[in-house]
Structure formats: structure tokens, C-alpha cells
Design a protein around this ligand. Structure first.
Ligand code: FAD
Length: 300
């Protein structure tokens, strides 16, 4: 169950989708109709986030287990160090391994007090993401570990060097690919990539793409995570607060433009923050040349 990134069609970019575990039955229906719509696009993997402080531990597990049971998708479970002992985290990892999960997105996590609150771990917990990765690899060497990367550096990183030191430490601990925090200015990604490659790091650094379903809400969120929202982007959504239909068209155009420009500059792998919604991501994937499996078959 390796992430092969292997699709036979020439020039077909590789994609992956991120979901979050649903909190209600209605959200559950939304998620599953999105998964049904997106699954025929044959993503390399789909990932399911782990709520701040481990608050969704059971729901993340249930979502992953259902993906394994009901779909042919390769699931990757997010996991953080926050709010649990090493023993508890090990148990979560063992349970994943037992049901067949072989991919974990391993993170330090945000403080239980939310982004910006001082970070502290439990004395009996994993203290850093490299420690967590080592813990996973020690128990299950066959689990593939994916990590985060920050084109604008993590807000807590002193500078880019310190930030990339952490990426290197995660790779030394066993990580084999990274997904970036969302960014809207492609130059930031390429500059970061140059810095990372200059340090001799050669793992895939997959751009994380977030279609802006709700610009105002998304801006507030991503700004807290250290992502810059350029003025030109805000300007595109200006005056659309009460016009969700137009906003959606603009959001699709913006994200499609971003991925098409990245693709033109040689990027061939994309991770989509779907927010559990299929429509924009489906359209953007379509513009990247990705067609549902059934359509490919029909055309063949
Ligand atoms: P690390 O990569 O471990 O560290 C990030 C940076 O912080 C490092 O570069 C380092 O320089 C600095 N740093 C870390 N520790 C220290 C320290 N002690 N002193 C000084 N500097 C330090 N959060 C969730 O809760 N659940 C999720 O499912 C989730 N999924 C994510 C998926 C992706 C692709 C990304 C990019 C982020 C995700 N996050 C998630 C958010 C993430 O938990 C936060 O950004 C968190 O603040 C950092 O975790 P990390 O593993 O990225 O940090």
C-alpha cells in the first residue's frame, strides 16, 4: 500500500485530498457524498485530520476505518503529540496499524489553548514531531510517515534555517514526504523549495492547496497559522460577502489559476484541503486534466 504517485496517463498530476472528521450526522453525509464524488479521481491517498488536542481521536479513527472498509482509497491518518501520553498515542498508532493503516501524517500539533497560546506538552507525552515519528517507526517500521512544511516558516520558528532544521529532523526520524501549509503566493513556495533543496533535502514537498469556499472565514483562520493573504487576493473577494454563488466561481478561478501556474512551473503533485466539499476541488482537478476513472474507461 505504498503511495505510488503512479498514474499511467502522461502529464496527469498526482493529487491527494484532506478531510476532517464530521461532528454531526449532517456533516457526515456531506463528507461521504464528497468522498463518493472525489474517489473516482483516484487520489494517491486521502488524509483525515486530528482535531486540536486530540479532540477527534475517535472520530478520526472511525472515518479512517470507514474509508478502508467502504472505498478503495488509501487513507493517511493525522496524529499529533498534544494532550496525550506516549502510551496513549502508541495505542492509537497500534489500532491504526491493526486495521491496515500504513500512512500517518505526524505533527506536533497546536497548543490546546489554540494557535498562539503557549505550547506545552505533557511530561509523559511525545515532546516534538521527530519524537512522535521515532515512536511510530519503532513500533511499526512499515508505517510511512508524512509531515508538514511551511513555505512562510512556522510562526514559532526563529527563522527559515530553524524551520528547515525541524524538517530535516523529521526526515532523519523517518518522514518520507511533506505537505505544505496553505499558501497563496506561489513565489513563496518556490523560494522555500530552493531553500530546502539547497540544504540537500530531496523528499517531495507537496503544495497544500486550499480553495477559499468562504473567504472571510478562511482568511481569519489561515492568518493565524502564519499564511499571508495578499491584497490582490482579498481584492478579488471584495464586495462578495453576501454573494456565495459568485464567491464560489471566484474561489474556483483563483485556486485553478494557482495550481495551473504551479503545474506550468513543473509541480506535478498537489494536496487539496477540501474542507469536506467536493465541488471546487473536482473542478480544479478537472482543469489539471484529471478525469474520473469511469470517464477514462468510457473514452478508452
Ligand atoms: P513541527 O514541524 O514539529 O514544528 C514546526 C516549527 O515550529 C518548526 O519548524 C520549529 O522551528 C518550530 N518549533 C517547534 N517546536 C519548537 C520549540 N519547542 N521551540 C521553538 N520552535 C519550535 N494540526 C492538528 O491539530 N491536527 C491536524 O490534523 C493537523 N494537520 C496538519 C496538516 C498539515 C499538512 C499542516 C501543514 C499542518 C497541520 N496541523 C494540524 C497544524 C500543526 O499541528 C500546527 O502547525 C502546529 O503548530 C505545528 O505542528 P508541526 O508538526 O507542523 O510542527
Amino acid at each position: 500500500s505504498a503511495i505510488t504517485d503512479g498514474h499511467s496517463a502522461i502529464n496527469r498530476p498526482k493529487i491527494s485530498f484532506e478531510f476532517f472528521p464530521p461532528k454531526s450526522e449532517e456533516m457526515d453525509r456531506t463528507l461521504w457524498s464528497s468522498i463518493e464524488r472525489l474517489a473516482p479521481l483516484e487520489p494517491s491517498f486521502v488524509s483525515v485530520t486530528y482535531g486540536a488536542g486530540g479532540s477527534t481521536r475517535e472520530r478520526t479513527h472511525a472515518t479512517i476505518a470507514r474509508i478502508l472498509k467502504e472505498t478503495a482509497l488509501l487513507p493517511a491518518a493525522h496524529l499529533t503529540c498534544v494532550g496525550a501520553s506516549r502510551g496513549e498515542i502508541d495505542e492509537v498508532v497500534d489500532r491504526y496499524h491493526e486495521v491496515g493503516v500504513r500512512h500517518i501524517v505526524a505533527l506536533r500539533g497546536d497548543p490546546p489553548g489554540g494557535i498562539g497560546a503557549p505550547y506545552s506538552t505533557r511530561a509523559d507525552g511525545y515532546q516534538t514531531s521527530p519524537e512522535l515519528i521515532e515512536g511510530i517507526k519503532r513500533r511499526h517500521p512499515d508505517i510511512d510517515v508524512i509531515v508538514s512544511a511551511y513555505p512562510e516558516k512556522h510562526p514559532e520558528s526563529r527563522d527559515f534555517d530553524a524551520d528547515i532544521d525541524m524538517l530535516q529532523a523529521k526526515i532523519d526520524a523517518g518522514a518520507t514526504r511533506a505537505i505544505t501549509q496553505v499558501f497563496f503566493d506561489n513565489d513563496l513556495y518556490f523560494r522555500y523549495l530552493d531553500r530546502v533543496r539547497a540544504r540537500g533535502i530531496d523528499i517531495p514537498i507537496v503544495p497544500g492547496i486550499m480553495p477559499l469556499h468562504n473567504f472571510k472565514q478562511a482568511r481569519a483562520f489561515v492568518t493565524r497559522t502564519g499564511t499571508t493573504v495578499p491584497d490582490w487576493l482579498a481584492e478579488k473577494f471584495d464586495g462578495l460577502d453576501d454573494d456565495p454563488e459568485t464567491r464560489k466561481l471566484v474561489a474556483a478561478t483563483v485556486a485553478a489559476g494557482q495550481v495551473q501556474k504551479l503545474a506550468k512551473q513543473g509541480v506535478d503533485t498537489f494536496h487539496f484541503y477540501t474542507m469536506n466539499r467536493a465541488d471546487l476541488v473536482f473542478a480544479i482537478s478537472h482543469l489539471l486534466g484529471i478525469r474520473p476513472k469511469s470517464a477514462n474507461k468510457a473514452a478508452a
